[in-house]
Design a protein around this ligand. Structure first.
Ligand code: NAG
Ligand code: NAG
Length: 202
């Protein structure tokens, strides 16, 4: 019981869009790299919230260093006492409320870029370590762009042909362009703009 109270202590949240930042007193314990930006406390948290490749930020009282980790860089975060003046904000999928106990937070997040998608989960051990695990990692073939469709993720690429082409032959050209590629229509204005924008380049 004491353990649970200790873990629940000091969790704050900042929400925006599909995600929220869950903030705990803590510091990164295990990681493979980071980016060092100059952003004061709240700006640092907001930066991460809206930056697709940011999963975690670390801040310290009295400094405006904003230490930024992507999901593939951060491995473990150590929760510390509130009095130590250092905080870690972790990006998670939005839930209706800001859980003041970790069980009420979604404890998973994702990074979507123009060409890739990564999903991660966060587990808390009895040692106060918040451990990040990549559970899904997808990447479009080179020269393809990632779009999020109603039915899921979709990589779109263009095959150029000279002169006219039949529907059947377009299907064949697509199939030979990349493994698993199929001829497909356009689902959104984003996709249309992308295709037309690309067309002008050729
Ligand atoms: C971040 O950059 C600042 C200013 O250059 C430097 O003082 C600080 O030690 C750096 N922090 C890390 C963790 O690299
Ligand atoms: C991602 O795509 C958008 C729109 O096509 C473009 O404005 C942006 O610069 C791209 N970002 C990267 C990192 O390539």
């Amino acid at each position: 019981m004491l353990m649970l109270l200790a873990l629940a202590f000091g969790i704050r949240c900042q929400a925006g869009g599909d995600f929220k930042m869950t903030i705990i007193p803590g510091r990164p314990e295990k990681y493979t790299g980071y980016q060092n930006l100059t952003l004061a406390d709240n700006d640092c948290v907001q930066y991460c919230l809206y930056e697709p490749t940011c999963a975690v930020v670390y801040m310290k009282d009295g400094y405006s260093d904003c230490i930024v980790f992507s999901a593939s860089q951060i491995q473990k975060v150590l929760q510390v006492g509130d009095f130590e003046g250092q905080r870690v904000a972790m990006k998670m999928k939005q839930t209706y409320t800001c859980g003041d106990e970790f069980e009420k937070n979604s404890m998973f997040g994702s990074e979507t870029t123009n060409t890739s998608y990564i999903e991660y989960e966060i587990f808390i051990g009895s040692d106060s370590l918040w451990t990040f695990t990549i559970t899904k990692s997808l990447k479009c073939p080179s020269n393809y762009k990632l779009f999020t469709r109603a039915k899921g993720l979709w990589c779109i690429g263009l095959v150029t042909v000279t002169g006219g082409v039949t529907g059947d032959n377009s299907g064949l050209s697509c199939a030979s362009a990349a493994s698993g590629a199929i001829l497909s229509g356009l689902e959104s204005m984003y996709e249309t703009e992308y295709i037309y924008g690309k067309g002008c380049l050729f």
